[in-house]
Structures are given as structure tokens and as C-alpha cells.
Design a protein around this ligand. Sequence first.
Ligand code: DQA
Length: 162
Amino acid sequence: MRILFLNGPNLNLLGQREPEVYGSTTLEDIESRVRSRAQAKGAEVDFRQSNSEAELVGWIQQAKGNCDVIVLNAAAYTHTSIALRDAISGIGVPTIEIHLSNIHAREEFRRHSMIAPVCCGIIVGFGADSYTLAVDAAINVKASISAKTGAFSPATKGSILK
Ligand code: DQA
């Protein structure tokens, strides 16, 4: 079981960036929490951050055949990127959208996600815990897919755990 965590723009600044919104935990701290949680559950983790939309698209494309589930905090690209959405729907690797903050309780422009419709689930608003919750969710998604069909079909998105 291999989980690819992808982090979008400005998440490298966590810890110093708007701590009243995003908390004081750094991305390195979050990565180490994710690794501990995954190790306890017997899962492998690849954890990356980029400020570049193109690099994120490239990593999503490479995920096919290399990981079981993607966990994506696309940061600001969540609200704008058709390219990330198309990459996710193009490769068919189940993807979980996550956010530290509750994007639905913030500015209007953050309430719309371009990528949510092609993700199998969303975890928002739990701060750094959104990441560790996503480890558990990813493991459950993988188990659910293996039990049902052995393969992810975009047609099952939205009802993967039912
Ligand atoms: C974020 C929410 C986004 O709206 C914002 O652009 C971010 C971080 C979050 O994790 O809460 O950079 O993805």
C-alpha cells in the first residue's frame, strides 16, 4: 500500500504563514506525523510539495502504477486548476482532496473546488489532523476497492465506501 501526498503552492511556508488560519505546525512536522501514522498502519508514503502547477500535474501523471491512492492538498490551485482536475480524472488513481482550513467557512472564492468532483472524498478543516485522517481514509479506500473490483473506476467515485 503506497500513498502519494502532494502539496501545492505556499504550503512550504506552513508554520510562518497566517498561523491564525493554518496553525503553527510546519510541513516537515506534518510529514513526520503522516509517516508515523502510515508506518503504524503498514503503508508507505511519498510526500512532496511544489509551487508549480506543471510539476504537480507531472507527479499526478507519474502516480499511475506507482501508488494506490493520492492525497492532494492543491492549495490555491484547488480553486483554479482544470489541469490538475484533468490529470486526476485522466489517470484513474483514487484521489482524496484535503485542506487544513475549512474552505467552506472562508472567502467565497475558496468555496468552489475544481478538483472535488473527480476525487473520491474530501477532508477539510482539521488542521494538521486532516493529513493523518487522510492516511486512514486512503487505507480504507484501497481496501474497499480491492474488496469490490480490484481496480478503481471513475464511475465509483462518490460512492466508493458504500
Ligand atoms: C488550503 C486552502 C486554500 O484555499 C489555500 O489557498 C491554501 C491552503 C488549506 O489547506 O487550507 O493555500 O489548501
